[in-house]
Design a protein around this ligand. Structure first.
Ligand code: IPD
Ligand code: CA
Ligand code: CA
Length: 268
């Protein structure tokens, strides 16, 4: 069984996330001068994403020299320990570029073929979530409550679509959520922020179509400790897979089962 991450390592990653937040905020405060490039239609990347990823990569390599690092903006360092840090330097870049507050730094640990630990920091919301195997999940140091059930009179589903997802699939997904599952939906443009909403019980679960490992690696182990399960089959998913997944209370997962099979990935 995977042991819990040592206290000193937890504190080091938490501090790294806060420091990376400060780097991101410096860019955010100078938004009008931050160069923005396009990876695809409505899929943006900025100097802030690259700078924060570099900062995280250097910090993780220093703290955990034997571990691998895998990041959205290209970090790909093979370690020798069997552990890999999976980072999304800014999840919610579109919101960041538009001056919104729904973006976060996400640092997850992948070990023995599964997510085991995560830290998420949303600087403009002053929210830091920490948790993982054998550890209590916390928000700003306070223990998060366990989540369960699905109250049909107020059921709500977070949704996220990668920019490449065809309109038809988005509409069919939303039709299912609204009509078949009878839920409301919330879409904020950052998988991580949506997963914070799951952690806080503001929605019952999340449907992500086209997400990547770095969008989830930090949040899933935090959520798992409070009773939130996911459909990702890590045994058959590699870090580069594009996912079609759900996570939520067991009752939520049952409600969305008709459109998200366990272990589903995005069809090419
Ligand atoms: C995106 C956001 C979005 C999700 C996309 C991601 P980025 O990440 O998390 O909510 O639906 O699939 O690519 O590009 O802002 O890091
Ligand atoms: Ca992302
Ligand atoms: Ca990103």
């Amino acid at each position: 069984m995977t042991p819990p991450l040592e206290k000193s390592s937890v504190a080091a990653v938490e501090q790294l996330a806060r420091d990376a937040g400060a780097v991101a905020l410096r860019h955010f405060e100078a938004l009008s001068t931050v160069p923005v490039e396009s990876k695809g239609h409505l899929d943006l990347v900025t100097a802030a994403d690259q700078d924060v990823e570099r900062f995280l990569t250097e910090g993780l390599a220093k703290a955990f020299p034997e571990d691998g690092i895998f990041g959205e903006e290209g970090a790909a360092h093979q370690g020798t320990s069997g552990r890999t840090w999976v980072v999304d330097p800014i999840d919610g870049t579109f919101n960041f570029v538009r001056g919104g507050d729904q973006w976060a730094i996400s640092i997850g640990l992948y070990e023995a073929g599964q997510p085991t630990f995560g830290v998420i920091f949303a600087p403009l919301r002053s929210q830091i979530l920490v948790g993982g195997i054998g550890l209590a999940s916390t928000l700003n140091g306070e223990r998060l409550a366990q989540r369960s059930g699905l109250d049909s009179s107020r059921a709500s589903c977070g949704v996220g679509f990668h920019p490449v997802i065809p309109v038809e699939l988005r509409l069919e997904t939303l039709r299912f959520v609204l009509e078949d599952a009878g839920m409301s939906f919330r879409c904020c443009g950052s998988a991580t922020l949506s997963l914070i909403e799951v952690a806080l019980g503001q929605v019952d679960g999340y449907l992500g179509i086209g997400e990547s490992s770095w969008d989830l690696m930090a949040a899933l182990p935090i959520l798992d400790q409070i009773g939130i399960r996911s459909t990702v089959d890590w045994k058959n998913t590699d870090l580069s897979s594009k996912l079609r997944f759900a996570c939520g209370t067991p009752e939520f997962l049952q409600a969305v089962a008709p459109i998200v099979d366990f272990g589903a990935t995005l069809e090419p």
